[in-house]
Ligand binder design. Structure first.
Ligand SMILES: Nc1nc2c(ncn2[C@@H]2O[C@H](COP(=O)(O)OP(=O)(O)O)[C@@H](O)[C@H]2O)c(=O)[nH]1
Ligand SMILES: Nc1ncnc2c1ncn2[C@@H]1O[C@H](COP(=O)(O)OP(=O)(O)O)[C@@H](O)[C@H]1O
Length: 205
């Protein structure tokens, strides 16, 4: 059986820089596969279909739920978001590492189904800076910003569900930390190590 790839799940409050960190990571590590989620949220200026999300109608989203095509899905800030199951499982089973950028409700569902996933929480340097980042991004209404900031406190309370945290202060440092986590996980002693040990034993015969 082929060695499975790792699953990395990135979470954190809106505006903390998850998208920015993931984008930068993938530039440096094109070997990592990013799962593109489906959402019923409206496309923001500059976002692209099939790059940021698959932007679909509520009816199509429901259709995907009915066909059991999501690995997880949740309602976040009034819109539906889901991880298409096929892409993720195909790549993991093919030995490739997969990155998910999802909310806490989704992360908890994945943790149930796939506890060997690596759960990483991105924290802001301060709540003041978090607000600045959401405001300066310029993509959200005042109401949407308040919704996101309130949710930030609720999400932070789940920190004990995660394996790692990264304070996204300087982007460069955050990327280095994330790459260190990814590399460390590749060296974790897991079931597949026994096959290698067996091979060593065979060689020594
Ligand atoms: N459960 C779940 N959450 C998702 C998925 N895709 C994105 N999200 C989360 O939905 C939230 C809103 O994302 P988005 O609309 O891009 O807004 P932003 O976080 O303000 O940039 C974020 O917490 C994302 O991590 C998904 O497939 N499943
Ligand atoms: N390390 C950082 N330092 C300063 N600004 C950042 C950093 N990371 C991201 N940003 C900025 O913060 C804003 C929110 O980032 P974004 O990636 O959209 O967050 P999220 O995906 O978590 O909602 C963007 O304007 C982005 O350029």
């Amino acid at each position: 059986m082929k060695k499975k790839g790792n699953l990395f799940v990135i979470c954190g409050p809106s505006g903390v820089g998850k998208g920015t960190v993931c984008k930068e990571l993938l530039k440096r590590r094109p070997d990592i596969k990013l799962s593109i989620s489906a959402t019923t949220r409206k496309k923001r200026n500059g976002e692209l279909e099939g790059v940021n999300y698959y932007f679909i109608s509520k009816e199509n989203f429901q259709d995907m739920i009915n066909k059991d095509e999501f690995w997880e899905y949740a309602e976040v800030y009034g819109n539906l978001y889901g991880t298409p199951k096929k892409y993720v499982l195909e790549h993991i089973n093919n030995g490739e590492d997969v990155l998910l950028e999802i909310d806490i409700q989704g992360a908890l569902q994945i943790k149930e189904k796939y506890p060997e996933g690596v759960f990483i929480f991105i924290l802001p340097p301060s709540m003041k800076e978090l607000r600045n980042r959401i405001v300066n991004r310029g993509t959200d209404s005042k109401e949407s910003i308040e919704k996101r900031l309130k949710a930030a406190f609720r999400e932070i309370d789940f920190i004990d569900k995660y394996d790692y945290y990264i304070i996204n202060d300087k982007l460069e440092n955050s990327i280095s930390k994330l790459i260190s986590i990814i590399e460390a996980e590749k060296c974790r002693v897991k079931d597949d190590i026994y096959k290698l040990i067996q091979k060593y034993k065979e060689e020594a015969k």
